[in-house]
Design a protein around this ligand. Structure first.
Ligand SMILES: NC(=O)c1ccc[n+]([C@@H]2O[C@H](COP(=O)([O-])OP(=O)(O)OC[C@H]3O[C@@H](n4cnc5c(N)ncnc54)[C@H](O)[C@@H]3O)[C@@H](O)[C@H]2O)c1
Length: 245
């Protein structure tokens, strides 16, 4: 795939899936705006992309904060004048059985996973009208489709991302901006590192492909949804879960 001349913004790309998405977009020619909380030119992802000869710009922002999101997109406008691809990857968990879940745990997860995706999409589409085509890729989760014990906040936020994706795909279609979502299953990242080994082995035994996914497995699907090869795909949820669901 060739993203030469394209500008992509990836939220939450200091580590995990976002890191791999930013890197693979740059490997395929894109210039990349790197967002995360406190991201800087000292971070490995910035150095790696710069070494590829692509332009990388660090834009630290908490995506759940509207002022910070507006500053982030002002920076994209000033430096690039347009945006072609937005990957709403940043996400958090604050797990607890729902009877013990605090309102703070609930609100934090909804604020980042759902409100952050809304705020970034709303700001991005204004910059996508310039070239008249664009792609937004949102992050849902298997938990958002089938629920998960201890993740009422997370699964509710990820289910809502599906509804948000479908609505934005309808609203933005006439601007030729496509909006799709990915629902990863169990992917080996710092987010899943804390799962106890015995629980992990049990999960893997239930995955038809018999392994956890890699961040690259997810990034490859992002590349497809960001590219003209998926020009007639919008409003869809793509599962990346080794056949688990
Ligand atoms: N790992 C999995 O198995 C899995 C499964 C389903 C869905 N997902 C989703 O995929 C996405 C990436 O997951 P991951 O496993 O790489 O997670 P991760 O925790 O490894 O990385 C998430 C990144 O997002 C950043 N971030 C968190 N809050 C932010 C905020 N407010 N503003 C900006 N950046 C912020 C973090 O600093 C971190 O760098 C998330 O949306 C997650 O919910 C992951």
């Amino acid at each position: 795939m060739n993203f030469t001349g394209k500008v992509a913004l990836v939220t939450g790309c200091k580590q995990g899936i976002g890191y791999e998405i930013a890197l693979s977009l740059a490997e395929n020619g894109a210039d990349v705006v790197l967002n995360d909380v406190g991201i800087s030119e000292e971070d490995e992802i910035f150095k790696k992309i710069s070494n590829l000869g692509r332009k990388a710009t660090c834009a630290s922002a908490d995506i759940s904060n509207e002022d910070q999101v507006n500053q982030l997109f002002d920076k994209v406008k000033t430096e690039f004048g347009k945006l072609d691809i937005l990957v709403n990857n940043a996400g958090i968990t604050r797990d607890a059985i729902s009877s013990k879940m605090t309102l703070d745990q609930w609100n934090k997860v909804i604020a980042v996973n759902l409100t952050g995706t809304f705020l970034c999409s709303k700001a991005a589409v204004k910059l996508m009208e310039v070239p008249g085509e664009g792609a937004i890729i949102n992050f849902s989760s298997l938990a958002g489709v089938k629920g998960n014990i201890g993740q009422a906040n997370y699964s509710a936020s990820k289910a809502a991302v599906i509804g948000l994706t479908k609505t934005l795909s309808l609203e933005y279609a006439r601007k030729n901006v496509r909006v799709n979502a990915i629902a990863p299953g169990v992917i080996a990242t710092p987010m899943t590192e804390t799962i106890p080994d015995n629980v992990k082995q049990n999960m893997i035994s239930r995955i038809p492909l018999q392994r956890m996914g890699t961040p690259r497995d997810v990034a490859n699907v992002v590349l497809f949804l960001a590219s003209p090869e998926s020009a007639y795909v919008t409003g869809q949820l793509i599962h990346v879960n080794g056949g688990l669901y």
